[in-house]
Ligand binder design. Structure first.
Ligand code: UDP
Length: 239
């Protein structure tokens, strides 16, 4: 029943913010479009695991600024990511893709617990595995979790999709009109120039373990499909 997938294995990070279509909550049309793109990339033979953020619901740091205790607010952020996972699972299954959701906070009625070796088995059987609830630990971001999961399940690359920016620039393109987009970059350059497009912790995990990271914009018809297929888009960050 499952197609064996023998191609390369990637970890795709999707920002939660994109799932909201600019608002708090979920925009099903956006999720459907993302699912179609993932399905197309997956059909071409790549093994795909996904980590989704939760910025469309809650960000712990923002709730902390409004007076909440940070760790509790972070748990709310993690629970938000799970709703995004279920929405993506639904639309992927409608595209005919077999999926499993695994969460770092156990919730047996909703998803499997995170079991890395089982995740690898699902990927080999041609299922898309969606990781929810981040690392299950406060003070972490889903960018960092993406690098960690990619390493643990032995991915060939992390594909960091970004919302509103299509790669790594020499400066912040929103504030500096002279900022130029880079095709390639090393992790140490990214860290030393303090480019905040991806968390420093994610860059440094990838650097220490020689895991390539593609930073690309998720806007457009087929950016996610192209990234999954290994086409040249965005910025490739390597050791
Ligand atoms: N979060 C956390 N630990 C994790 C992953 C996420 O505490 O391992 C919380 C944190 O509060 C974060 C929120 O979940 O702000 C949503 O994740 P993130 O901000 O990374 O989502 P994105 O910006 O990608 O939508």
């Amino acid at each position: 029943e499952d197609d064996p997938h023998t191609g390369r294995r990637v970890l795709l990070k999707l920002s939660g913010e994109a799932f909201g279509g600019g608002q708090v909550g979920l925009d099903p049309d956006v999720v459907r479009g993302i699912a179609r793109q993932i399905a197309a990339g997956h059909r071409a033979g790549t093994q795909v695991a996904v980590v989704i953020g939760g910025g469309n619901f809650f960000r712990g740091a923002q709730l902390q600024q409004r007076g909440m205790e940070r760790a509790r607010a972070d748990y709310m952020g993690m629970l938000g990511t799970v709703m995004n996972c279920l929405a993506l699972q639904d639309f992927l299954e409608k595209e005919g893709v077999d999926t499993r959701v695994q969460t770092a906070i156990t919730m047996g009625q909703v998803a499997e617990p995170y079991i890395p070796r089982k995740a690898i088995r699902h990927l080999e059987k041609g299922r898309v595995v969606i990781f929810g609830a981040g690392a299950g630990m406060p003070y972490f971001s889903t960018d960092t979790v993406s690098a960690q999961r990619a390493l643990e399940i032995k991915c060939d690359a992390v594909l960091m999709s970004k919302h509103g920016v299509d790669g790594v620039y020499t400066a912040d393109p929103r504030t500096d009109p002279a900022a130029k987009k880079l095709d390639t970059l090393t992790f140490s350059e990214a860290l030393s120039s303090n480019l905040r497009v991806v968390d420093a912790a994610a860059f440094s995990l990838c650097m220490d373990n020689h895991l390539p990271m593609l930073v690309f914009g998720m806007e457009g018809e087929d950016a996610i499909t192209r990234a999954i297929k290994g086409e040249k888009i965005g910025t490739l960050v390597t050791a």
